[in-house]
Design a protein around this ligand. Structure first.
Ligand code: SF4
Ligand code: SF4
Length: 364
């Protein structure tokens, strides 16, 4: 598989990498087989986190004898020096290694959190100390809000950034990726296929339907062409300025499909370009800029479910997801706080009202 340079780390990473979230849900022997196959098929970039159950342990066991050929990127979700020091030490043990290639400040989604993590007593300081002492080679940052991540990398403290990118979630392409390119920060794309929200596996657009979903409606929509759709979804992300794309992988088939997508990519084909050339219109882009809502309405989730219904005709699936939300759209008080924050000027209140009607109306 072709490798790409990960920004100024100068690490050469497989253009398709391994997202370690889902292996925590597999029995150890299966997880180890999945990770090992990924390595054998040319994947050398393994992203994990202590927050994903025993993902680090399984990667550590599966790759112990080939450690030097792999790039390990793990995370600290702690915000203070003391706690993140424990995180780094525990990750080293669990991954069975004496150094982490990349330690990432995990889930930095607002400026307050960024300021805390970068403060005198923050987790960044631990990462810098660990780097000085040789336990860590590079420091990265992860999050879901490209604007916050852009601010973070502009400080010059981070050598990599991990952010969701897929055909619907494109905010990173607007400012973050050009800034990363200018500063030579390595970009890794997560969630090219799906995202997990509120314990519900959600899917963002047709080619991204979750590989792991057993929902009959989704399976039917993907049809026999599922592998090709997944391949196209990965190729879309590889067509952007990223070093690696890391789908969460948890089966032999998924690893084979993902590795094959990486093996067979050099640029988007004319057919793929045509496929991805569509106007998102007034669909929600799931950027989260409108949050938080004082009434705790999960605006992006509700509008995403609405897209499932309107764009893909997944009415029952969308209703089911909506039904699982604790706070429904009718809790919106009409305070108007969210709309000025939406970069796409969406009529959020009107959309929420419509979603609630659509998802709660009785079908005859
Ligand atoms: S208008 Fe409704 S959805 Fe928007 S912030 Fe106010 S309560 Fe929340
Ligand atoms: S409604 Fe607007 S601000 Fe909120 S998530 Fe969607 S696109 Fe982003």
């Amino acid at each position: 598989m072709d490798k790409r340079r990960l920004g100024r780390t100068n690490l050469q990473v497989s253009q398709v990498g391994f997202g370690g979230t889902w292996i925590s849900e597999l029995p150890a022997d299966q997880a180890i087989a999945v990770v090992r196959l990924a390595f054998e098929l040319g994947i050398n970039y393994f992203d994990t986190t202590p927050l994903d159950g025993d993902s680090e342990v399984k990667i550590g066991v599966a790759l112990e004898d080939v450690r030097s050929e792999c790039v390990y990127a793990t995370k600290t979700g702690s915000r203070t020096k003391r706690e993140s020091l424990d995180d780094v030490q525990n990750s080293l043990k669990r991954l069975r290694t004496n150094h982490l290639d990349i330690i990432q400040l995990h889930g930095i989604d607002d400026e307050k959190t960024l300021t805390k993590a970068m403060g005198e007593d923050g987790s960044l300081q631990t990462c810098k100390d660990a780097k000085k002492e040789g336990f860590v080679s590079f420091i990265g940052i992860t999050g879901h809000r490209p604007r916050v991540l852009t601010k973070a990398i502009e400080t010059g403290e981070f050598e990599t950034v991990l952010v969701p990118i897929n055909i619907v979630t494109q905010q990173a392409l607007e400012e973050l990726l050009p800034t990363a390119k200018a500063l030579d920060v390595g970009v890794v794309a997560m969630k090219p296929l799906s995202a997990k929200t509120s314990n519900l596996i959600t899917c963002l657009y047709q080619p991204s339907l979750s590989l792991v979903s057993q929902e009959p409606e989704l399976k039917a929509l993907l049809g026999e062409n599922a592998d090709q759709q997944v391949t196209s979804a990965l190729h879309y992300v590889l067509g952007q300025d990223v070093a690696s794309v890391i789908p969460g992988l948890c089966s032999i088939n998924e690893v084979e499909v993902a590795a094959n997508a990486g093996d067979n990519y050099s640029s988007l084909t004319a057919e793929e370009r045509k496929y991805f050339d569509f106007d998102l219109g007034d669909s929600c882009r799931d950027c989260g800029a409108c949050m938080p809502c004082p009434q705790k309405v999960n605006i992006p989730a509700i509008l995403r479910f609405q897209s499932f219904k309107e764009v893909y005709g997944l009415t029952e699936w969308a209703k089911k997801l909506y039904g699982g939300l604790e706070v429904k759209a009718d809790k919106c008080s009409g305070c108007g706080e969210c709309m000025p924050k939406c970069p796409y000027e969406l009529q959020i209140e009107r959309k929420l009202k419509k979603a609630h009607t659509d998802f709660t109306e009785k079908t005859a």
